[in-house]
Design a binder for this molecule. Structure first.
Ligand code: ADP
Ligand code: MG
Ligand code: MG
Ligand code: MG
Length: 397
């Protein structure tokens, strides 16, 4: 039945699939299954062997997005997800779940259960702190982004990866939802009533801002720089005190390296703004410090990896390394800005902000995000250090 053709599984069928296709559990094991997906696009089953307590995760791509059947998506994104998780495990060992199996008929993959971790967005909203996070995520990003670039790979070999990680439908989602719709009065936007006037005047009526978003959109579509995760927000990060795991790379494709770094920065800013209104002041300080450290550690590790791994003669010409890193920091600022705007104005919001119940407070929080966002986009050339990012955030708040 699991070989005839693709269908989306329910919990019982996920157990059947486990028994029929995977050799993880004894043949007579008593298995339970729960669908635990909370994302927008896919179904996530946790299958547990009642006796041993051993468990696995099955993630299946549905044919349409859960949030809206307007988005029809090729289930091939599940192949991309399973292949990139295996690759990232080699490039940055320990920072992604182990990938056990991929099934091209059912469009599902089977991976390590990370239920002993928690999703970072929720943890930060509970005002938890993770002192090792900046070190972990900067290692993950420096290694995955530099080691898949033309700096560190043979250019033909790299182009093979570009071919296999081609992801047109999910790229289109980002092109529309991140780069286009939030910056005009698009019907698909979802603007909080208390922010509408501000959005119109401050964002939609700003012609200079729309011009910059056009430049950035064309860079996003044309810059096959690194194999990026493509959706690296705090909901794609599993965390506990001593461990950080990046999940959900189905948007992966060859794009601007700063896209990932910028998404991490913006989503830490959402947590920062949440903490400004709901948290103790030391949470605000922790998040500001973390944003600054993510940037500075990323730079340091990226430069060190460059020296150890560059295979390209021209990449060793004096000054090129710094020129290249500068351009990533510029993209980081720009993408942080786009993400800050699109999560306030566009279709998909973040809990850090929508959970703020008091309407006036939420409007204030949204104004801070948009002010910082526009600053990052318009002045993206000026962001060179962690301190530069932290200062812009403080000044918007
Ligand atoms: P989507 O692509 O639909 O956003 P995600 O990969 O983000 O799917 O997974 C959705 C949710 O499923 C996560 O927020 C998490 O709660 C759970 N989940 C996903 N992968 C794992 C895993 N390896 N271990 C435990 N829970 C997981
Ligand atoms: Mg997700
Ligand atoms: Mg809070
Ligand atoms: Mg996803």
């Amino acid at each position: 039945v699991f070989t005839d053709g693709y269908f989306t599984m329910n919990e019982d069928e996920a157990i059947e699939f486990t028994k029929a296709k995977l050799g993880f559990f004894p043949a007579d094991a008593e298995l339970t299954c729960k669908e635990i997906g909370d994302g927008n696009l896919n179904y996530v089953f946790r299958v547990v062997d009642v006796n041993s307590g051993k468990s696995i995760i099955i993630k299946q791509a549905g044919p349409v997005a859960r949030i809206s059947d307007e988005f029809k998506l090729s289930p091939d994104r599940n192949r991309i997800e399973s292949e990139i998780l295996s690759l990232q495990d080699k490039l940055a060992p320990g920072f992604v779940p182990k990938m056990y199996h991929y099934d091209p008929i059912m469009n599902c993959c089977v991976m390590e259960d990370l239920s002993d971790h928690e999703i970072m967005r929720g943890a930060l909203m509970k005002h938890k702190q993770f002192p090792l996070f900046a070190d972990h995520i900067s290692t993950f990003m420096a290694q995955t982004l530099l080691l898949t670039s033309d700096v560190a790979m043979g250019h033909k070999e790299k182009k093979e990866l570009v071919k296999s990680f081609i992801n047109p439908e999910l790229c289109e989602i980002s092109e529309d939802l991140v780069y286009t719709e939030p910056f005009y009065d698009c019907p698909r936007n979802d603007v909080f009533p208390g922010s509408r006037d501000f959005v119109r005047e401050f964002i939609w009526e700003d012609r200079k801002l729309s011009l910059e978003t056009a430049k950035l959109k064309f860079e996003f579509m044309a810059n096959a720089q690194s194999l990026i995760h493509g959706d690296l927000h705090t909901g794609s990060i599993f965390i506990k005190e001593d461990s950080t795991k990046v999940i959900d790379p189905e948007f992966a494709f060859y794009g601007p390296a700063g896209y990932d770094v910028g998404n991490v920065v913006a989503n830490l800013i959402f947590a920062y703004v949440n903490a400004l209104f709901t948290g103790p002041s030391d949470q605000v300080e922790y998040l500001e410090r973390t944003i600054s450290e993510v940037i500075d550690l990323f730079k340091e590790k990226f430069l060190a990896l460059w020296d150890e791994n560059s295979v390209e003669r021209t990449a060793r010409y004096e000054g090129f390394r710094e020129y290249y890193l500068d351009s990533i920091l510029r993209d980081t600022a720009a993408v942080a800005g786009l993400e800050l705007c699109r999560r306030i104005i566009g279709l998909a919001h973040v809990k850090d902000i929508t959970s703020i119940e008091q309407p006036e407070t939420r409007a204030m929080a949204e104004k801070i995000c948009l002010t910082a966002g526009k600053e990052f986009i318009l002045n993206r050339e000026l962001f060179k250090t962690g301190g530069d990012f932290a200062k812009a955030i403080r000044q918007s708040a």
